[in-house]
Design a protein around this ligand. Structure first.
Ligand SMILES: Nc1nc2c(ncn2[C@@H]2O[C@H](COP(=O)(O)OP(=O)(O)OP(=O)(O)O)[C@@H](O)[C@H]2O)c(=O)[nH]1
Length: 305
């Protein structure tokens, strides 16, 4: 993974050069104030704000791919930083009363920065709408990044339980059936053992994409743990969930998966089971599915709970 500096070298160097030019201009045309003349509260406020904006810039560049939205957000934040930096510099260097340009350097870039940030955030919002459409089957109602698994990236067990509780309540209000599918990869530890953990990770990612492709708009896929996934299917009877579960198993069995290293063809398979929610907690429902899964792994015909 390239470092933050390597990816955004020109942006960061430009900010460094311009900030230093501002500082040099002040130092060469003004007088350095004595420590007694320093306004500590202003220094802390303005300096702290400049430091925070610098942190925002680093987080932005670290978390976003290069492109127009990143450029707009960066330029906006860079303008805010420059204004605040000039403000701090002013606390250490006294300019003659006749000098006007220093006030421009302090106040000018700030509104420009806000305008650029507004454009950037607007385009970010549009980009996010497109991403959210793709994330449709991965998240519902709210996003809490700590509850999302980095690898797949699907909601984890905690997210799943919250979503099941919410969906059970909604199903009761709507008087609609709610079913769940549990999917567990078969002999997954052998993939890790024979081809390495990285290949195992890749299999989990590919299987996730494949399952997502086979779900309906309102279904939700989560990763319960390891190679075990759960699909929440609102407005679905158990008999319909069993059909979807069989389709998912078949899709995985028919996947022409090749390893990243030598391109070996792997035969993947998964066991799936389905259950309809009764008047029970999410915990109990998952327990019931886990038990059915354990039975199905031993006797492949036990596919519903
Ligand atoms: N590569 C990879 N492996 C994982 C991850 N999480 C769990 N595992 C591995 O998944 C394997 C799951 O093993 P088991 O629960 O025995 O499942 P299995 O080998 O599919 O066996 P059966 O389910 O009985 O068919 C273990 O070897 C875990 O170490 C992960 O994020 N990445």
């Amino acid at each position: 993974m390239p470092s933050l500096f390597a990816l955004h070298r020109i942006k960061l160097l430009s900010l460094l050069v311009i900030s230093n030019l501002g500082l040099i201009l002040h130092l060469s045309l003004g007088d350095v104030k004595s420590v007694a003349a320093w306004a500590w509260l202003d220094i802390a406020g303005e300096g702290g704000s400049a430091a925070l904006v610098l942190i925002w810039i680093c987080l932005l560049l670290k978390s976003r791919p290069a492109g127009r939205v990143t450029d707009l957000l960066f330029l906006g934040l860079a303008c805010l930083f420059f204004s605040l930096w000039m403000d701090v510099t002013d606390e250490f260097v006294q300019m003659a009363d006749s000098v006007r340009w220093d006030a421009w350097l302090e106040s000018g870039p700030m509104p420009v920065g806000f305008v650029l940030l507004t454009f950037g955030i607007y385009h970010w919002h549009r980009e996010q709408l497109a991403i959210s459409a793709q994330m449709r089957n991965r998240e519902r109602l709210y996003r809490e990044h700590r509850q999302f698994d980095k690898l797949t990236p699907l909601g984890g067990a905690a997210y799943l339980k919250t979503q099941i509780e919410l969906t059970i309540k909604q199903a009761e209000i709507d008087r609609q059936p709610l079913s769940l599918i549990m999917l567990d990869m078969d002999s997954f530890n052998m993939i890790n053992r024979d081809f390495g953990q990285k290949e195992g990770d890749r299999v989990l990612q590919v299987v996730t994409q494949l399952v997502l492709l086979n779900l309906r708009e309102h279904d939700l896929l989560c990763r319960l743990a390891g190679d075990r996934f759960v699909v929440v299917l609102p407005n679905t009877l158990e008999s319909q969930a069993v059909i979807v579960a069989t389709e998912l198993s078949m899709a995985i069995a028919h996947l022409a998966y090749r390893t990243a290293g030598q391109g070996e063809r792997l035969i993947l398979s998964a066991t799936t089971v389905a259950a309809m929610a009764r008047q029970e907690s999410a915990e109990r429902l998952l327990e019931r599915l886990n038990m059915t899964m354990a039975r199905a792994k031993q006797t492949p015909l036990a596919r519903s709970a």
